[in-house]
Design a protein around this ligand. Structure first.
Ligand code: SF4
Length: 329
């Protein structure tokens, strides 16, 4: 791949494991994916699938010990797992920024919103308090917080959940990152506000030309907002591809189950489908395909042979023996 076509972010064989009193737990197990400049990628999965831990590793937020991160995370071709902590900190905010799910608790309740939005900018750009306040107003305007200049002096408890999420987004955008990672950014919000926050993220992405990584368990959000998506289960990617293809023609039984369990407006009165069983506990993965105890389509080899993620077309990859693309590690 030439430099001109190299992805902005290239994650290769990423593994994240944790030491626990009960032994080692592998939370992310050899995940590889790429992100191009300006692209939107959705990462879908249930709690415990490894989707959040994986991006925390990219952000350098996994504390070692007990966490251990291996593989390669290439940002513009440079492996950020091999750079110093100082260089890593510089990258955070300037190039990669993250918005977390519970904005209310992510904000400091004892500091005004204005001081929190302006802090990163003031510290990194070494500017005056006044310039930092002006920047905070600009950022709060950008995320459409009404009467931004007046509201600088408010505290987080004076904001609604949706407005707190806008404050978090403004803070993340202070240094104009190239990649914004949003981890369940709408989970704690009601449906109307969810839509507003998603529309805001899409607009900001377009205006600023950022790449957006959207982590969610909400398939509706993914369908509307992303170009490509990958589905994670038990620390691995089980299916990935162009979002239309994943929704119209899912290949993996887990993706199919997730889609079937989405509420549909035209299915009134029908019982909503649910995938049977529960995801395996971290550290207690079954042999073979980790989904096999829940899979309605399993075949004999599923219990002993682990499927690998392989292309089934130019725009879709799947890790399932039924797709006949390949076999175990
Ligand atoms: Fe189901 Fe087997 Fe495919 Fe796993 S490999 S998803 S158990 S059919």
């Amino acid at each position: 791949m030439t430099a001109a076509t190299a992805p902005l972010l290239d994650v290769r064989d990423l593994r994240v494991r944790f030491d626990t009193p009960h032994g080692e737990v592998l939370a992310v197990d050899g995940v590889s994916w790429v992100l191009s400049a300006g692209e939107t990628l959705g990462i879908i999965g249930e709690s415990g699938s490894g989707k959040s831990v994986g991006v925390e590793a990219i952000m350098g937020l996994i504390k070692s010990p007990p966490g251990h991160v291996s593989g390669e995370i290439l940002f513009e071709g440079r492996d950020i797992l091999t750079i110093s902590e100082r260089q890593r900190r510089a990258l955070r905010g300037e190039e990669l920024a993250m918005v977390f799910q519970d904005a209310m608790s992510a904000l400091n309740p004892s500091l005004t919103v204005g001081s929190q939005v302006s802090e990163v900018y003031r510290l990194r750009r070494h500017c005056s308090q006044q310039d930092a306040r002006n920047k905070a107003v600009e950022l709060m305007d950008r995320v459409r917080i009404p009467s931004a200049r007046t509201r600088l002096n408010n505290y987080p408890h004076e904001f609604s959940g949706g407005m707190c999420q806008r404050v978090m987004i403004a803070t993340a955008l202070a240094l104009e990152p190239r990649i914004l990672i949003a981890d369940e950014p709408t989970t704690a919000l009601d449906v109307t506000v969810q839509r507003q926050i998603m529309a805001l993220l899409s607009d900001l992405q377009r205006e600023m030309g950022m790449a957006l990584v959207l982590i969610t368990h909400d398939l509706g959000v993914v369908a509307e907002a992303v170009d490509r998506a990958m589905v994670m289960y038990a620390g691995t990617i089980v299916e990935a591809g162009n979002v239309e293809v994943l929704f119209d023609n899912p290949s993996h039984p887990y993706t199919q189950g997730l889609l079937q369990s989405m509420p549909r407006i035209d299915a009134r009165g029908d019982r909503l489908y649910a995938i049977g069983g529960a995801p395996p506990a971290a550290g207690r993965l079954p042999p073979g395909c980790a989904f096999h105890p829940r899979c309605e389509r399993r075949v004999a080899e599923c219990a002993s042979v682990r499927p690998v993620l392989l292309p089934i077309s130019d725009i879709q990859r799947s890790a399932c023996h039924l797709t006949g693309t390949g076999n175990a590690k």
